[in-house]
Each structure stands twice: as C-alpha cells, then as structure tokens.
Write a protein that binds this ligand. Structure first.
Ligand code: AMP
Length: 213
C-alpha cells in the first residue's frame, strides 16, 4: 500500500506519517529528510543538492527522482511506503506515475491563520537541561507569560520564523500543492482531512478511510 500525506509545515504531516508508518509497519520516506541526509556529503550529487536546499529551492526533478528511486529499491519498501514531500508538483507526479502508484492521498488542511499561529507562536525553553516547547496561541501555553513552567527560564523564540517568512511559505505551498490536490482529486484517490483536530483524531480519521479499525 502506497500512501501520500500532503500538508504544509506545521500541519502535522510528519507526525501523522510517523504514526501511520508505525501502525502499518511500512517506511515513512521524506524527500526533505533524504536531502538533509546527503547534502553535507563530499560527492558531486550532494553538492548539487546542497546548492538548491540551502537556497530553499526545489531540487531539480531528475536529481530528486534519482534519490527517491534509490530509496524505493531498498527491501523495507516491498510492502509499500508512506511518502511525505514527494511529489511536490503535478510534473513530478506525472513523471513518476509508473514508479509510484498511490492507493490513497491524504491532504491535511490547516487554515492559513492557524499555520501562522502555530509557527509564529512557537516558544522554547533555552535551558539545555529542559528544552520544553510551548505555543502562545495554541497549546501548550506557558502558565506565566514568557516563562517556562518546568524550570522558570525565560522562553525564547526562533528569530528566523517571522510572519513574513511564514506568509512566503504559505504562498509557495499553495502554488505548488493546490494543483496537486486537484490532480489527485480527479483520480478519486484523495481525501482532505481537517488538520486542526487533535493528533489522535487525525490519525483515527486516516485509519478509518483506509478501512482499518
Ligand atoms: P521539506 O523538508 O519537505 O520542506 O524539504 C526541504 C528541501 O528539500 C526543499 O526545500 C527542497 O530543497 C528539497 N526537496 C524535498 N522534497 C523535494 C521535492 N519533492 N522536489 C524537489 N526538492 C525537494
């Protein structure tokens, strides 16, 4: 069984892919993770990947497809895979339609406002012995504003995740993924899931659609 899980950063795509991978005992393959895993190696291919990755650009189709093909040849993929991050465009879907036939495609829907809150509201405890994570808009919220519940340290936020950066991510995500969602809708294998539910409820809905449980 091959499954594709689509969703923007913060939609819970990685979490759901991992849960499902454990449940079905088939590997979770993230092309972003594959790129992160090779980009600092000392090979010509790795250097090419790094060039695109570091600029936040998509790696050219021939390279990403070659990397994916190699991964799919591994023996743990024989009963199916859960793909996360590939395909990223209708073009990639078309080129690989014989290599990778999806039985089910899940699109985790989270409103732009919620994505903004989830990403810009993140706070973390910088105490290396604690490293607790909070969100000032969603949950878990710190009991006392700006202070870690567990150790009392002043909370910090990532300076690179600004409202502008998230808005740019959203624009890019919609441009790449909306046509892809339509593409799979036409093939009647896609399901939209409300990604604003709890992690357990999203997982349950996915299993129900797969006729499990
Ligand atoms: P992600 O972790 O999915 O956001 O991916 C991180 C980076 O890996 C992207 O910005 C691209 O440089 C590369 N990448 C991941 N998946 C793909 C893909 N399907 N096509 C092209 N590049 C990709």
């Amino acid at each position: 069984m091959n499954i594709l899980i689509m969703g923007i950063r913060s939609s819970g795509k990685g979490t759901q892919s991992k849960l499902l991978s454990r449940y079905l005992n088939i590997p979770h393959i993230s092309t972003g993770e594959i790129c992160r895993g090779i980009k600092d190696k000392d090979t010509p291919l790795a250097k090419k990947v790094k060039k695109y990755y570091d600029q936040g650009k998509l790696v050219p189709n021939n390279i990403i497809i070659e990397l994916l093909e190699e991964r799919l040849k591994e023996s743990d993929c024989k009963n199916g895979v859960i793909l996360d991050g590939f395909p990223r465009s209708v073009d990639q879907a078309e080129i690989t339609k014989d290599l990778l036939k999806f039985d089910q495609v899940f699109a985790l829907k989270v409103s732009d406002e919620e994505v903004l809150n989830r990403l810009t509201g993140r706070r973390y405890c910088p105490n290396p012995k604690c490293e607790a994570i909070y969100n000032i808009y969603t949950s878990p919220k710190p009991k006392k504003e700006g202070i870690c519940d567990k150790c009392g340290t002043k909370l910090a936020e990532r300076k690179d995740i600004t409202r502008e950066v998230v808005m740019e991510n959203l624009k890019r995500y919609h441009a790449e993924n909306d046509p892809l969602i339509e593409y799979y809708k036409d093939k009647s294998i896609s399901t939209e899931i409300n990604g604003e539910q709890s992690i357990e409820d999203v997982h349950k809905e996915i299993l129900k659609k797969l006729n499990i449980k």
